[in-house]
Design a protein around this ligand. Structure first.
Ligand SMILES: Nc1ncnc2c1ncn2[C@@H]1O[C@H](COP(=O)(O)OP(=O)(O)OP(=O)(O)O)[C@@H](O)[C@H]1O
Length: 298
């Protein structure tokens, strides 16, 4: 388990991370969400010891994260960077050696990953000859080659096409199933919703939501009713049960508090015409994010 207690990072007077306390369970996937500048990368840098916190404690399995533990951690930084003139294999061997592997151990692993990411022909190419997305795959390989116990991925899916996003997702799910603890940041709610058991939403350096995905959704206390009808359902906008009303091309989406409010809407639609769809949906992470962080998020 990775634990942050009251962690603050100040740059001058500005608190980029402000009294952040988090428990990140082992062998799970943990999502770190937040608008630009919320403090995600700064938090990662402090966990990795690349930056000292101004206040607070960070521990992993009840101990400090020192030099020895750093060999058990893999990191895909937000600012991607490989040596452009080096060949892919030479570069990966070099980085693996920094993490305590021998060349004999590293080469078969490198070949396995290159095959897996369908780029075995890049082994002898210089990094500068690869597209950005393919460089990102190589950098991901460098983060996981030494089989870390804790993997920290800063925006792992950004800049990748849908096929490569799918490939990377499969790889992280497999690593999690093999017992790796994974923390990743993303601006894409659907990735976190699909992959993570628990998460934190950061806003201006503070955690505004933290916990298990299911519990977060349950405790949000709101659900959505999606309605498609052959008649104008605009009158629902004025119903007191409707907390938020959004018109759609086929009808509307109404936010309500509880089941009985949805029943009320169902009753109100009776006798007015044909209702093609009336579906009660749990809130999406995006609904929760927008409410907690504000409409300013794009
Ligand atoms: N070295 C630094 N010196 C001064 N301010 C910094 C430094 N690093 C980060 N900041 C500030 O701290 C805040 C948090 O930055 P951080 O990079 O952690 O955000 P983030 O959540 O990762 O954002 P993004 O989603 O854009 O990557 C920002 O306002 C940023 O400008």
């Amino acid at each position: 388990m990775l634990k942050l207690e009251n962690v603050t990072k100040k740059f001058g007077d500005f608190a980029a991370v402000d009294h952040l306390s988090l428990e990140i369970p082992a062998k799970q996937m943990f999502g770190f969400l937040g608008a630009n500048g919320a403090g995600k990368t700064t938090t990662f840098r402090m966990i990795l010891g690349l930056m000292d916190q101004t206040e607070g404690d960070i521990s992993w399995n009840d101990g400090e994260i020192g030099y020895e533990q750093s060999h058990l951690i893999g990191y895909l930084p937000e600012e991607r960077g490989l040596y452009p003139k080096l060949k892919v294999e030479d570069q990966l061997v070099y980085l693996a050696k920094l993490r305590g592997m021998s060349k004999q151990e590293a080469v078969p692993e490198i070949n396995r990953w290159l095959e897996r990411f369908k780029v075995p022909e890049y082994r002898t190419k210089k990094v500068e000859e690869l597209s950005k997305g393919n460089q990102q795959k190589i950098q991901f390989i460098s983060a996981v080659l030494h089989k870390p116990k804790l993997l920290i991925l800063d925006e792992p899916f950004s800049g990748l096409d849908p096929v490569n996003v799918g490939m990377l997702k499969e790889a992280v799910v497999e690593l999690k199933e093999a017992g790796t603890s994974i923390v990743f940041s993303s601006h894409r709610m659907e990735h976190v919703e699909e992959l993570c058991e628990s998460l934190c939403i950061m806003h201006k350096g503070k955690p505004v939501v933290h916990g298990g995905l299911k519990e977060i959704k349950r405790s949000f206390g709101k659900q959505k009713v999606r309605i498609e009808a052959e008649f104008d359902v605009g009158f629902l906008r004025d119903k007191e049960e409707v907390l938020h009303y959004k018109e759609t091309s086929e009808g509307a989406i109404c936010q309500v508090k509880e089941d009985k409010d949805a029943e009320e809407l169902f009753e109100a639609l009776q006798g007015r015409g044909f209702v093609r769809q009336f579906v009660l949906e749990e809130p999406s992470l995006e609904d929760i994010f927008i409410e907690k962080v504000g409409e300013s998020y794009e």
